[in-house]
Write a protein that binds this ligand. Structure first.
Ligand SMILES: NC(=O)c1ccc[n+]([C@@H]2O[C@H](COP(=O)([O-])OP(=O)(O)OC[C@H]3O[C@@H](n4cnc5c(N)ncnc54)[C@H](OP(=O)(O)O)[C@@H]3O)[C@@H](O)[C@H]2O)c1
Length: 281
């Protein structure tokens, strides 16, 4: 298959590049905004036609939650308009969405057909992207994920390691519950979809297994990174003073993905251990 990967320089895009080496029966075109701006409809069409692309894996997105609040128009262009552009090419699409489509007020894991109620500009634009994509490409696969980290790019894991080494004390919120997800495991989920003998369109939830707060996550990050000189203190979200409100509970129910593709998903601690090993090597 001829596969176009967008947003290849991001956390997930890089992990897809790594895993693609184990799936060399396909041909890949790894692009980021410099090679292919997904908001440029003419350029996308020309690229897909010229390279006879059969599948698009869309790892590109406007992911800065705070900046999206100030510039929702740009976030909408990248997260929603471009999803529609990619969906209009007459080829299969795997697209990534987010737990931010939900309100975060739940107390049980969210299922794919639960009512969405995004509370942020980022969440609104990502949900709009799902709708625009499905309107033109009902055969698309949408994977909603959460709390992504990777050996690539900047993320919570790397920030906590750095702050843990710099500071003697650190306050981290304990009233936001979710599931840290190793982008390499999400990349594996993407290949599970691709290699499935039958194309199974639809919206799916995919994160690692388990739940924790950012505070619990930090304790394990420090333990695995050998950070022993920083006292981590649990704080409330209101003490952190986020520019943009964050969901309090954004655990995703992954039953549909596991049942459809007959897979087990690694626990977040297992993912974190592998990421740390990779960071240290
Ligand atoms: N990170 C998380 O915690 C999280 C949580 C839930 C869901 N997700 C979703 O998971 C997916 C992957 O996230 P990620 O963390 O890997 O994102 P990321 O690291 O921010 O990577 C996104 C990539 O897309 C590129 N991009 C931006 N605008 C583009 C355009 N117009 N054309 C082509 N490429 C463009 C970015 O380039 P620049 O850096 O130059 O802008 C970046 O390289 C996204 O759909 C995101 O919404 C992420």
């Amino acid at each position: 298959m001829n596969i176009l990967v967008t947003g290849s320089n991001g956390q997930l895009g890089n992990e897809v590049q790594v895993l693609a080496k184990q799936h060399m029966k396909h041909r890949y075109w790894f692009t980021d905004v410099a090679e292919l701006d997904i908001t440029d409809a003419a350029a996308v069409k020309a690229f897909v036609t010229a390279n006879k692309i059969e599948l698009i894996i869309n790892c590109a997105a406007y992911t800065n939650v705070d900046k999206a609040e100030e510039d929702e128009a740009t976030a909408l262009k990248i997260n929603a308009d471009a999803a529609g552009v990619l969906g209009s090419q007459g080829v299969r699409v795997i697209h990534i969405s987010t737990d931010y489509v939900f309100s975060g007020d739940e107390h049980v894991p969210c299922r794919e057909d639960d009512v969405v109620a995004p509370r942020t500009a980022y969440g609104r634009t990502k949900y709009e992207g799902e709708k625009r994509l499905l309107a033109v490409c009902p055969e698309a696969v949408i994977l909603r994920t959460a709390w992504l980290y990777s050996t690539f790019g900047n993320n919570f894991v790397k920030t906590m390691i750095r702050l843990g080494k710099e500071r003697q004390e650190l306050g981290v919120v304990f009233d936001q519950i979710g599931t840290p997800t190793y982008a390499a495991d999400l990349a594996q989920a993407i290949f599970t979809v691709i290699e499935s003998p039958i194309w199974r369109p639809g919206v799916y939830h995919f994160t690692n297994e388990g739940v924790c707060s950012w505070y619990d996550f930090t304790l394990v990050i420090h333990e695995l990174a050998g950070v022993t000189t920083c006292k981590v203190r649990p704080i409330l979200s209101e003490e952190y003073q986020y520019k943009t409100p964050r969901p309090h509970y954004s655990v995703l129910d992954k039953s549909k993905f596991k049942k459809t593709f007959d897979v087990e998903i690694p626990h977040w601690m297992d993912g974190l251990r592998r990421c740390m090993k990779s960071l240290n090597s």
